[in-house]
Design a protein around this ligand. Sequence first.
Ligand code: HEM
Length: 317
Amino acid sequence: MKTTCPFSAMADEISNICSGTFQKIQSDGTYRRTFHAALLANVAGELEIFPSIPDHYRLGLFLEAKKYPVTARFSSSLFANENYPDARGMALKIHHVSGAVCDDAPEGEHTIVTINQPTFIAQDAEDMLAYMRKMDGVKALSPLNIAPPTYTFPSLNPAKARWGFVKAMLYTLSQYFQRRDLAQYHYYSISPYRLGESAMKYEFRPASQPVGKGRTLRERLHSHLLQAPLEFDFFIQPKTLETDLVDNLFQVWQSPTHLVGRLTFPVQDFLQAALFEAGEQLSYNPWYCLEAHEPLGSINALRREVYKNSALRRGSY
Ligand code: HEM
């Protein structure tokens, strides 16, 4: 028996705001992604799962030591103009995985969607809806209107302020000023996913020397991948502490992380490859994944419908 998602009314309202405000029709009559429409690179790679994983984490993607082909999409979250501070995304499609997948997900595929910061702009689904309501009707996104003061400070009571939003924004700014190299960012799932009876987060840490040159993020990644492979250590952070909460994306978990594998993008000319264009048709949905690592928490519940509707509108579902 299928149950109705308790967040579906919220997801519907957010999807409506997305279509009216964020996912506008382009001059050529097409639609692009609602968020992360600004493509930086579509890249082919490989995810290796190491043999040395503790037995109690040996399930789902981590069941056996193996190498999986990966399709990755690097993106900017809101702005095509790179001179604006913005979060950068790395979305992974891991192919040829075995095991049951979530309802409606394609067989053999496991998705991991990350950005280069550990916390989000909304703590939970209610916060996300509050944020989207404040943004509803904005004509053109700019760094000046993405932080509505009444979202940050819903009342004069400082205890009610969304300090987590301020923290996430400051983190984006700090990344922007510190380094502008996709090869050198840490990428976090931010939201949790099932791991047995508990939850985990995913994290990728850079494991290559910075060798890319160029004016833009794309040019630097392109130059890096023409000269050397790009590597990231793959960590999971199983929730082992009571104080780490599943439904609070303002919080940085304190549970220890475990190295479980390595993500490698071999030397390639991604601007020449067909994947660069074809990748835009792909749909990276966190719910296209193994049931063993089903997305958890209220924000992830919203994402199920919102990503699907966004992909449907742009004809990629
Ligand atoms: C844990 C927090 C989140 C992270 C790490 C995240 C990250 C990402 C990334 C990396 C992409 C680009 C995927 C691609 O390259 O195709 C993306 C797309 C998108 N995100 Fe999120 N996101 C988060 C939360 C949300 C929330 C709360 C919503 C709305 C409820 C949302 C709505 C979307 C939509 C609509 C797309 C475009 C999907 C498509 O058209 O294929 N995201 N997100």
